[in-house]
Design a protein around this ligand. Sequence first.
Ligand SMILES: Nc1ncnc2c1ncn2[C@@H]1O[C@H](COP(=O)(O)OP(=O)(O)OP(=O)(O)O)[C@@H](O)[C@H]1O
Ligand SMILES: Nc1nc2c(c(=O)[nH]1)N=C(CO)CN2
Length: 177
Amino acid sequence: MNEHARTSTSEQSEAYIALGANLGRREETLREALRLLNEQPEIEVLRVSDVYETDPVGYADQPPFLNMAAVVGTSMPPHRLLEIMQTVEDRLGRVRDIRFGPRTADLDLLWMNGLAVETTELTLPHPRMHERFFVLVPLDDVVPPEEPSGLRALVDRSLAELGPAAGIARFSGPLFP
Ligand SMILES: Nc1ncnc2c1ncn2[C@@H]1O[C@H](COP(=O)(O)OP(=O)(O)OP(=O)(O)O)[C@@H](O)[C@H]1O
Ligand SMILES: Nc1nc2c(c(=O)[nH]1)N=C(CO)CN2
């Protein structure tokens, strides 16, 4: 593990989260997910992307998703943040059944200060983020040019490697605040 990253997580850090929904009232679900995250005492939603409508990837026989990205400020360690994110999914009615299948709300932790984590519960950076337009295009909205831990370069490189974006269209502006 990168020692600088380890020490900086005990202070305030910026965590990048991907949100998706493809069942029920998708926009309302995303809005509520952001509200539930922000009402946590140790989490502050700092920036959010536009909302994108995206073709399902992985398991095709399901409705289109709405996807977006959020940056939150937190002093929590990443495993604790992931637990909170899973509580939010549960409160929004997520049923964990088909892998890559339909879901009321899906929250993935993408990146936290460039920290590398490899446990059964959590892998960071998110291992599939670099291959997914539905993650990279919203991230592109919220990662500043001077992001200090290398995420800007990862997003730029991944988008360049994937070529022209397909299966994704802007749906609405930011849902928060
Ligand atoms: N970076 C991460 N963000 C979210 N979950 C993670 C992460 N790394 C590992 N996991 C684990 O992955 C498990 C399955 O998550 P989930 O059901 O959301 O997967 P999925 O959304 O179907 O697929 P994908 O992970 O490709 O988006 C979770 O229980 C969680 O412990
Ligand atoms: N377009 C799109 N496809 C998906 C999504 C998602 O959020 N958007 N999430 C998945 C599970 O990780 C699988 N496939």
